[in-house]
Structure formats: structure tokens, C-alpha cells
Design a protein around this ligand. Structure first.
Ligand SMILES: Cc1cc2nc3c(=O)[nH]c(=O)nc-3n(C[C@H](O)[C@H](O)[C@H](O)COP(=O)(O)O)c2cc1C
Length: 223
């Protein structure tokens, strides 16, 4: 049974990134009637930040050079470590079970919302998920789809592309997870054009950008 792990990161009921992921999920479920759709909104149900229990357990893995997932799963020692590690492994297991990872990602201050980072910090435990020798791991070859919604910044001038710490960051992070083989971005730009007066002349461009992202989402889900 194929599994779609769908994570949204916007708290907004009118979220544009969630609109795109919803289109992908609906088309994916239609194309995979026996599939499992696991959905979590990280803004409404955030992941707890990593704490000493998680970080110290990771350090123990590093000292021992542990690469084996079964061994790593049992690496926590104290009660505080076990509690925190169990939380991290719930998230890691959900990712390992997924055939497709779908993320709805608003642009927040040049980068990702902190709720996404909190999730990433719990699951990205190098070199567990990618071997430094081969660059491969249990998630290699799986699909990842990232739907971004960006208020205003990027289409307004080429010089501002230097400020994009979102897509390059997510690409690097997903490489560290082994999720770079089949990674696509669906970007809806100028989402603030609808309500910000000085962006009003760009409303058609914004509508076109969203339409393009939605159509690409539907097509990608049926692939
Ligand atoms: C905390 C915060 C920071 C933001 N930072 C930026 C930014 O740096 N550049 C930008 O173009 N838009 C920025 N925006 C606008 C969002 O990218 C835009 O509203 C987007 O549509 C949010 O995604 P959503 O529609 O899925 O909620 C920011 C919005 C918020 C709430």
C-alpha cells in the first residue's frame, strides 16, 4: 500500500501552500485508491524542539559510529532521553514508511517556518539516513514534493534571488535525508498581491503563478 506523508506548515485557513498540497493529495488519492494519506499540520500540531535528551543520544551514536537504524533506535539511556528519542523516532518512522513526502511550505523571512525546522531537527540525524561513503540510504529514490507560497520577495528583482534561503536550504536538507533524487518544487509567488495595495498591479501574475503550481501539482500526483 503506497503511503503519502503530507506535512503542512501554515497556520492560515486560507493558506496558499496548503491549497497546492491539498490539490496534490486529492489527485494522489484518486490515482492511488488503496493508498494511505497521512496528514499533519505542523503549525497547528507542532513538533517539540530537540532537547538535551535527543542531542545527547545523537552524540552517543556519533561516538559509537552507529549507522544501523535498529541499533540507533535503542540508543537512548536515561528516562529523559528515552522520552525524547521516542518522539523523534515516531517522526522518523513516519518518514521511513512514506513513499512520497509532500510539504506545504510558506516563505517566512527568507527561509522556512520554524515549525518545519523543528520537524527537520528531530529527523535529520546524519549519517543515519545517508551513508557518507555511498551518498545513499533508506529514503534514496523516494519522491519529495515541496509546495511553496511566497508573499512578495522573489519575482521583484533578480538581485533578491540572493536572499532565497528557502529552496537552497530545503534542497540541502533533503540531500542530507536522501530525498534529493526525485525532488520537485511547486512555487506560488506574489501571494500578497491580493491584499497589499502596492502589489495590486501584479495580481494577474500572482493568479497565474498559483494556477501553474496547482496544475503542476495535479500532474505530478498522477505520475
Ligand atoms: C512571519 C512571516 C514572514 C514572512 N516573510 C516573508 C518573506 O521574507 N518574503 C516574502 O516574500 N513573504 C513573506 N511572508 C509572506 C508569506 O510568504 C505569504 O503570506 C505566504 O502566502 C504564506 O504561506 P501560506 O499562504 O501557505 O500561509 C511572510 C509571512 C509571515 C507570516
Amino acid at each position: 500500500m503506497p503511503t503519502l506523508l503530507h506535512l503542512d506548515c501554515s497556520p492560515r485557513p486560507e493558506s496558499v501552500s496548503a491549497q497546492i498540497t491539498a490539490e496534490f493529495a486529492a489527485a494522489w488519492c484518486a490515482a492511488n485508491p488503496n493508498g494511505r494519506h497521512v496528514h499533519r499540520n505542523l503549525a497547528r500540531h507542532p513538533v517539540r524542539h530537540v532537547d538535551a535528551g535527543h542531542v545527547e543520544t545523537v552524540a552517543r551514536l556519533e561516538t559509537a559510529g552507529t549507522r544501523d537504524l535498529r541499533e540507533a533506535r535503542r540508543a537512548a539511556r536515561t528516562l529523559a532521553e528515552r522520552r525524547s528519542w521516542a518522539l523523534s523516532w515516531k517522526l522518523i518512522d513516519a518518514l521511513l514508511e512514506a513513499d512520497v513526502l509532500l510539504v506545504g511550505l510558506p516563505l517566512y523571512h527568507f527561509s522556512t517556518p520554524s515549525v518545519f525546522k523543528a520537524w527537520l531537527d528531530r529527523i535529520a540525524i546524519p549519517p543515519l539516513l545517508v551513508s557518507p561513503e555511498t551518498g545513499r540510504g533508506p529514503l534514496s529514490g523516494r519522491r519529495a514534493v515541496v509546495a511553496t507560497a511566497r508573499g512578495a520577495t522573489y519575482p521583484l528583482g533578480a538581485d533578491q534571488l540572493d536572499d532565497d534561503f528557502q529552496e537552497p536550504y530545503v534542497r540541502a536538507a533533503f540531500r542530507a535525508l536522501g530525498l534529493a533524487d526525485d525532488l520537485i518544487f511547486l512555487n506560488a509567488d506574489l501571494t500578497k498581491a491580493g491584499h497589499v495595495p502596492w502589489l495590486a498591479p501584479l495580481r494577474d501574475t500572482a493568479r497565474g503563478s498559483l494556477q501553474q503550481a496547482v496544475e503542476s501539482a495535479r500532474a505530478a500526483a498522477r505520475r
